[in-house]
Design a protein around this ligand. Structure first.
Ligand SMILES: [Zn+2]
Ligand SMILES: [Zn+2]
Length: 264
């Protein structure tokens, strides 16, 4: 039995991930066009009928743009979101396809166990997800201004960790975003910077050393570059005597690009 992860797009302009076991495939967020989602499924040779659920992290449009389209096209697919998030989703989703949970709930979809946990973001009721199959774990933590202790504990066991590295703080400060938006991104309910992602990883490795694949995600188009995110995290790890290839495998997820299929 394997558990796999693929990003169909990651970044402030649109997010959609796929998690799959041998028999079940799940989508996390639908912030890109339906067409791009079907393309991603094709590229990873995932039959559409294998996709039984779409899980939403929060209501922002870079995560929900195609919820209506996807649920309409696949009438047997269930859409999962937290109670507060459902209140904010305006896309029409048929009653029989709606599944509502509270942050902290654990449930099964096919042979994948799903655990939900709160993150810190300026949305109604935002969550991150962990997926389990046997002793394997994939965790997705993006759109969070800082890493809560409970999130850190949740991330520690992940074999594949999708972690936000949204911006370079200096680029954001001198960049063209209006002041209020800069404040929003930098706040505790904003987004995780490259530096904060690096520090979280050092903390993670010091708590528990294990084989981990970390995928830097949700990069800002305006205030980051993939090379910069990677290099900043690498530098912070090396300052703590942790090395890529030895203590962690590190990669960066790109916007509008179907990533490799990472399997454990
Ligand atoms: Zn987002
Ligand atoms: Zn957001």
């Amino acid at each position: 039995m394997t558990l796999g992860f693929c990003s169909f797009s990651s970044g402030s302009s649109g997010n959609c991930y796929m998690v799959r076991s041998n028999t079940t495939a799940l989508l996390v967020d639908a912030g890109i066009s339906g067409k791009k989602i079907w393309e991603g499924l094709e590229r990873t040779q995932t039959p559409r009928e294998m996709v039984t659920a779409l899980l939403i992290t929060h209501e922002h449009s870079d995560h929900t743009k195609s919820v209506g389209t996807v649920s309409k096209k696949q009438k047997d697919l269930c859409v999962y979101a937290s109670e507060g998030t459902w209140d904010k989703i305006t896309a029409p989703v048929a009653e029989h396809q709606r599944r509502c949970f509270q942050a902290g709930d654990v449930f099964e979809i096919g042979d994948i166990q799903v655990k939900t946990f709160r993150v810190s973001h300026d949305a109604a009721d935002p969550v991150g997800y962990s997926f389990y199959s046997g002793d394997r774990q994939i965790s997705i933590v993006t759109d969070t201004g800082y890493v809560r202790e409970e999130t850190m504990e949740e991330m520690t066991g992940a074999d594949i960790l999708v972690l936000e590295a949204n911006h370079d703080v200096d680029m954001l400060r001198i960049g063209k975003y209006p002041w209020f938006l800069k404040q929003r991104v930098l706040s505790d309910e904003g987004h995780l910077s490259n530096e904060a992602a690096g520090n979280a990883l050092v903390d993670l490795i010091s708590r528990r050393e294990k084989e981990r694949c970390v995928l830097l995600a949700h990069l800002s188009r305006e205030n980051n570059f993939p090379e910069m995110a990677y290099q900043t995290v690498k530098n912070i790890l090396e300052e703590a005597n942790y090395y890529i290839g030895k203590h962690v495998f590190l990669d960066t997820l790109l916007r509008d690009t179907v990533s490799s299929l990472y399997e454990i």
